[in-house]
Write a protein that binds this ligand. Structure first.
Ligand code: SF4
Length: 227
């Protein structure tokens, strides 16, 4: 087990997706992302999501036209891109345990965030996230995390509009977050992060059976179900 000094040197890194995966089933998360004892299999939807993210990144970063199967999204991206401000696409951000920016892959990285698109216009910003899956109840947390990190990185920004572009439902959401709401957000997510951290420190990743068992690669688990 790690001692306190080792923990100080190498914090237990987290991201929204790692935290969500841990909460869904600690045992599955451990097998896929920590022990890597089972292959991390990307389903068709995940592969499509990667294609969309890359195509949209290239559209904003390199002005590259969208591929044929995504071309119908051009007017929507044109509309989003017409918003005033500096466009920052597909940015990898990492913070240390002291909430200071560090290199994304450094051992000091405690929190890792990837922002799909942020448009910064003086004291206001617009964070947009591309979603190829169905809308979920907890989706708002991911963008609020991006916003809370953006507030830390740029103290001039005081208000951020948070949007998901859902490709399946062809809808663009919009909620606002003020910088004064950031402390409340951190207070809501940090207890979840502490549970996740403690699990790593104690190496305790129990099974949490649920609907995911039918899609799980951990065949040795007592709750594993054949599809
Ligand atoms: S079979 Fe179910 S309980 Fe077991 S690891 Fe997989 S998701 Fe978790």
């Amino acid at each position: 087990m790690e001692n306190a000094n080792e923990r100080n040197k190498n914090p237990v890194a987290w991201s929204y997706s790692r935290l969500s995966s841990y909460e869904l089933c600690p045992k599955k998360y451990h097998a896929e992302s920590v022990a890597k004892s089972v292959p991390f299999v990307k389903n068709e939807q995940a592969l499509y999501g990667e294609q969309v993210h890359k195509a949209f990144e290239d559209y904003f970063k390199k002005a590259k036209p969208l591929p044929l199967n995504l071309k119908h999204w051009t007017p929507t991206l044109e509309l989003i891109g017409s918003a005033p401000g500096e466009q920052i696409a597909e940015t990898k951000i990492a913070l240390s345990v002291n909430y200071e920016p560090v290199e994304y892959y450094s051992k000091d990285a405690w929190l890792r965030v990837i922002s799909d698109l942020t448009i910064v216009n003086k004291s206001k910003a617009w964070c947009v996230d591309w979603k190829t899956g169905k809308p979920r109840n907890d989706d708002g947390t991911q963008l609020k995390l991006n916003a809370a990190v953006t507030f830390l990185l740029d103290p001039d920004i005081t208000e951020i509009t948070l949007s998901y572009l859902y490709l399946q439902t062809k809808s663009l959401t919009a909620t606002k977050m003020n910088v004064n709401e950031a402390p409340e957000f951190w207070a809501s997510i940090l207890p979840r992060v502490w549970v996740y951290t403690k699990a790593h420190e104690d190496r305790h990743f129990p099974p949490r059976p649920g609907w995911i068992c039918r899609f799980c690669p951990v065949k040795s688990c007592e709750f594993w179900e054949r599809k």
